[in-house]
Design a protein around this ligand. Structure first.
Ligand SMILES: *Cc1c(COP(=O)(O)O)cnc(C)c1O
Length: 313
């Protein structure tokens, strides 16, 4: 059985372009977008940066492959399966719910990921101590990566993003900027940015899930594990009634933003984060002349189904 190729994974340093964008609602706020959606045609978005440290740790241990979890539209499983195909290692996906043939699932199969559907009850058991033993027995030597590529390794993989922005500021004509704005799901990416910033700039996380779903606690615990002070960030509710909820105002706003900027968006994360920014500007919380970096966290593969009636993560 082949193992995970550490050298090839460590040698791949995808660069995300930093681009100025204009929307008619910015009211003098200046915005640049870090296009994580453009790092690769298949391995897209923040999920690669969260995944890479997990893959390196697994490779160092000589793991035979990676097993992880997600829904039928999961951006995380999509990036993992694409990475497995690219770097020739085995991947197993444990899926929430009952077999569905979404575009994401078709891609996972095409990338060679082995899929198992756990049902809803089975998926809810994923945090119980006994959950993993049958999977470790079935896939000996595989390393389990947490849902979404979370945990401290996932966060630290995102701590390099401020340096990626810094390297591109001169070309943008910016000497500096004031803060970050991004969609947050588990808050792992946000925590990584806070670590990378070391308190210099505020990181604003627009939550795609309700505030009472444990994200503030999760961010606090990641920062404490990283030995970094629990400051320098702000979480705001941007979920508009629940994860994957889509309303007419959101969809119209997304279409309008895409037309004004040429930036492709999806309704679960990036469009909700921008709408939350528009509203914050409207409330006077972000003043004219402020320069923000918006992280385009990707997720466009999920859009194929998200614009229908599906929900996922
Ligand atoms: C997963 C995801 C997020 C959330 O990232 P977290 O690190 O879980 O906060 C944001 N945007 C997109 C497009 C995602 O796929």
């Amino acid at each position: 059985m082949t193992s995970i190729p550490l050298a090839a994974i460590s040698a791949w340093h995808p660069q995300a372009p930093l681009q100025r964008v204009h929307f008619d609602w910015l009211a003098g706020v200046e915005l640049a977008v870090l296009r994580l959606d453009l790092i690769d045609p298949l391995i897209s978005g923040n999920k690669w940066f969260k995944l890479a440290p997990h893959l390196r740790l697994a490779a160092e241990r000589g793991a035979a492959g990676i097993v992880s979890l997600g829904g039928a539209h999961s951006n995380h499983l999509h990036a993992l399966a694409a990475a497995g195909q690219r770097f020739s290692f085995a991947t197993v996906g444990l899926l929430r719910g009952h077999p569905q043939n979404t575009p994401t699932v078709q891609d996972l199969q095409g990338f060679g990921m082995q899929l198992h559907w756990l049902g809803y009850g089975g998926y809810r058991e994923r945090h119980s101590p006994a959950f993993w033993s049958p999977w470790h027995a079935r896939y000996p030597g595989f390393t389990a990566v947490p849902e979404g590529g979370g945990g401290l390794p996932g966060a630290l993989g995102c701590a390099q993003l401020p340096a990626m922005v810094a390297a591109q500021l001169p070309a943008l004509g910016w000497d500096d900027y004031h803060g970050w704005w991004l969609a947050a799901g588990t808050g792992t990416t946000l925590a990584g940015l806070v670590v990378g910033e070391g308190g210099r700039r505020t990181v604003h996380g627009a939550l795609a899930v309700p505030l009472d779903h444990g994200v503030p606690e999760q961010v606090r615990s990641l920062l404490s594990e990283a030995g970094v002070s629990d400051a320098g960030y702000r979480l705001l509710d941007a979920c508009r009634g629940g994860f994957a909820r889509q309303d007419a105002e959101l969809l119209a706003f997304m279409t309008q933003c895409e037309a004004q900027s040429g930036l492709p968006l999806e309704p679960l994360y990036t469009a909700k984060a921008l709408l939350a920014l528009r509203d914050a500007i409207g409330r006077g919380e972000v003043e004219a002349g402020r320069r923000l970096v918006f992280v385009h966290t990707g997720g466009l593969q999920g859009r194929r189904a998200a614009l229908g009636n599906a929900s996922g993560s």
